[in-house]
Design a protein around this ligand. Sequence first.
Ligand SMILES: Nc1ncnc2c1ncn2[C@@H]1O[C@H](COP(=O)(O)OP(=O)(O)O)[C@@H](O)[C@H]1O
Ligand SMILES: [Mg+2]
Length: 241
Amino acid sequence: MLRMNALSKVYRTHLIETHALRGFEIHVREGEFVTVTGPLGSGKTTFLNIAGLLEDFTEGDYFLDGVNVKGLSDRDRTRLRNEKLGYIFQGFNLIPDLNLFDNVDVPLRYRGLPADERKRRIEEALAQVGLASRAKHYPAELSGGQQQRVAIARALAGEPKVLMADEPTGNLDTQMARSVMELLEEINARGTTILMVTHDPELAVRAQRNVHIIDGQVSDLVRSSPTLVQTAIAGIASQQI
Ligand SMILES: Nc1ncnc2c1ncn2[C@@H]1O[C@H](COP(=O)(O)OP(=O)(O)O)[C@@H](O)[C@H]1O
Ligand SMILES: [Mg+2]
C-alpha cells in the first residue's frame, strides 16, 4: 500500500540544515495497523506528513498504492490525497461554530460531492463512531474522546484507504485513549490501513506492527520484533552491570 525507499528529508534555513529523515525505508501492506514511535524530534511527524502527501521529500522514492508520488503535479497529488487518505490530529481540529454533521461535511463539500451522497456518508460515519444521535450538537458539548471520534468520522466520511493519525490520543486521558484505540482497531478490522504515531507504549504494542524511529531512520531491531528488542536491551543492560 505504501513503500518508501532511501527517502530523505532535509529542512534548510539560511543558518542550518536539519536531516529530519535519512535513508528511510518502510513497506506497509494493505490492511496493516502500524504504530510509529520514537523520541521527540526523531522524525515521526515528518514521516507521517510525507506519507500523507502533506509535505514534499528531498530524495528517494515513495509509492502510494502503486503510484509514484515523485512525479505528481499538485493537482494529481491533491486528487490522490482526497481519494485515498484520511487524517486525524492530536488537537481534533474541529470547527467550533459548526455542529457535528457540518464538521464532518467540511471535506466532503470541499470535494464537491452531491448533497444526498454527503448526507449518506456523514450519517454512516457518525454512526460508525457511535455519535449518530449527536449530529446537531456542537464540539464544545462533547468530551475530548467524543471530539476525537468526530474527527475520526470526518476522516472516515472520505472513505480513505489509509488513515494517518499523529498522536490521536495525545490530548486524552487513559480511558478515552483506550476507547479511541478500540475504535481505530474496529476501523482497521473493516479493511482500512492505519498509520499511527503515538507516545503511548501500551497503544504502540497493541498494533500488529510497531516501527521505531531514531534520528530519522527506522530502527532495525525494533522493526523486527518489539519483544526481541526488549530482551536484547535487557541483555545489554545486564552485561553492563
Ligand atoms: N518545518 C520545519 N523546519 C525546520 N525543521 C523542522 C521542521 N519540521 C520539523 N523539523 C525538524 O525535523 C526534525 C524532526 O521533526 P519531527 O518530524 O516533527 O519529529 P517528531 O514528530 O518525531 O517529534 C526535528 O529536528 C525538527 O526540529
Ligand atoms: Mg511529532
